[in-house]
Design a protein around this ligand. Structure first.
Ligand code: SF4
Ligand code: SF4
Length: 461
């Protein structure tokens, strides 16, 4: 039987999951944590602490700065040393709370034991509150506040919850390890999310290159189902391996055969998608009272002798992580935060991890070398590969000449920055890099128009 996948575009890069056998190990605590107040989609959080304050792990140190925003918690215990702009991985200043660590003292009420809690409380409002207060955001890359995603706007209704266990980016293995090592917690987290969404069916989507995880999650679901009907309606779906299957719109297409329109949210077609790591974080927040203070990230690359999956406290400097694993080998010329297709080059190794940091990938000169750029030969391969049905050759042209109106008319704002076009181009045109700039301009124009329309509507009242 053909395995489900999305209907248009996509590519098949080698999966390079060379760290797949590395069990998740806790990273030693950093001497200082540098916790950015803007590390989720939406308004930056507002600091709740002052320089000199003593904090414990799990204590809220910044509160949501708007409706779409999230709480941020101390990831280490100690003293707040500074609240000031600090360079992120691209070198841009971001307001950051620095905590000089003293010991490892946690807030009271957080359950750090290994005891598995399987009983899900009935009170959905209390569950949503715990998710909000726990600062849970989507850990699949988007970092959208989870409590907002779980509160569909009036008139929309969730029909299916999809737990995204595809991890289709090459090299990344933290979700795979999480499915294998914390499968129970992931399924319980999924059941919590499912209940909050009104008991809708839930699909745990896992790509076919993770047979151990597919078998394990299937067993876990069967076991938990015997304990409580709250685990009914959760199923594993084995997906064909194809990039970018883990893209929200692609996964909804693959699982539900529904297309999310331009600029629309998944809920417009009745879907809510949550990542495996998010389901685990929801379990922790709701049943263990543990806010999002750490996450698992993969450290990998063929030139890196110390492959690892590490449980890292949020705000740990990237340099500290790499030094813990033996330092950067001479052959490595580039560090990427994330995977090779969608990740971002790290310009500043003193930048610290964020809630959504999924990987550090080290690449050699040979791996980063790009062939000489030639003229477009109009082969159409980029358009064939685009999973959003865009025309990358046209978008890059419009981007180069700065035609924002035409970029918008040709849906540059729908680009998910997956890199399939760049991967497919025989002329080595840096399509993604160029389209990214055009997309930013188109998004800016859309935002400005929306703000102007809102201001005009308010003035007319
Ligand atoms: S990066 Fe954008 S334009 Fe290129 S294939 Fe992906 S969605 Fe299409
Ligand atoms: S893949 Fe490259 S060469 Fe082919 S049409 Fe697209 S931009 Fe042109």
């Amino acid at each position: 039987m053909r395995k489900p996948t999305f209907s248009i575009g996509g590519v098949h890069p080698h999966d390079s999951k060379i760290s797949r056998e590395c069990r998740v190990e806790p990273m030693p605590l950093p001497d200082s944590a540098y916790i950015a107040v803007a590390q989720h989609i939406g308004a930056p959080a507002k600091p709740l602490v002052a320089v000199g304050d003593k904090v414990k792990v799990g204590q809220p140190i910044a509160e949501p700065g708007g409706f779409v925003s999230a709480f941020i918690h101390a990831s280490v215990s100690g003293t707040v040393k500074s609240i000031a702009p600090r360079a992120d991985l691209a070198g841009n200043p971001v307001m950051t709370i620095e905590i000089a660590r003293e010991g490892d003292e946690w807030m009271e009420g957080i359950d750090l034991s290994d005891t598995l809690v399987t009983e899900i409380p009935d009170d959905n409002k209390a569950i949503l509150d715990k998710i909000r207060l726990g600062g849970i955001v989507g850990l699949g890359g988007a970092t959208f506040p989870t409590h907002v995603k779980l509160s569909p706007p009036p008139g929309s209704k969730c029909e299916r919850l999809i737990i995204n266990g595809c991890e289709c980016e090459p090299y990344l293995t933290s979700d795979f390890r999480c499915l294998l090592e914390k499968g129970e917690q992931v399924v319980i987290g999924a059941a919590i999310l499912k209940q909050v969404l009104g008991g809708v069916p839930c699909t745990v989507a896992i790509e076919e290159n993770k047979p151990e995880a597919i078998a394990h999650i299937g067993e876990v679901i069967a076991r938990l189902r015997k304990q409580s009907p709250k685990y009914d309606g959760i199923e594993v779906m084995v997906m064909k391996m194809r990039y970018p299957q883990g893209g929200e719109k692609q996964l909804i297409d693959a699982v539900m055969h529904r297309q999310v329109g331009s600029g629309a949210l998944p809920i417009s077609v009745g879907a809510v998608v949550q990542n495996v790591g998010t389901a685990l974080a929801v379990y922790d927040a709701v049943l263990k009272n543990k806010p999002l203070v750490d996450n698992t990230l993969t450290v990998t690359g063929e030139c890196f002798p110390h492959q690892a999956n590490l449980l890292v406290r949020v705000g740990t400097p990237l340099r500290t992580i790499l030094e813990h694993l033996g330092g950067i080998p001479d052959e490595a010329v580039k560090v990427i935060s994330g995977g090779p297709m969608m990740g971002k080059a790290v310009a500043n190794l003193d930048a610290a991890t964020l809630k959504g940091t999924s990987a550090l990938l080290l690449l050699t000169e040979k791996q980063t070398a790009r062939g000489e750029e030639g003229p477009c030969i109009r082969c159409g391969k980029c358009a064939e590969a685009c999973p959003m049905g865009l025309e990358p050759f046209l978008l890059q042209k419009l981007s180069r000449i700065g035609d924002v109106e035409a970029l918008e008319a040709n849906a540059a704002q729908d680009c998910i920055e997956c890199g399939c076009c760049l991967y497919s181009c025989p002329a080595n045109i840096p399509l993604l890099d160029i389209i990214r700039l055009g997309k930013a301009d188109a998004m800016k124009a859309i935002r400005e128009r929306a703000a102007a329309a809102k201001a005009a509507a308010e003035a007319a009242k």
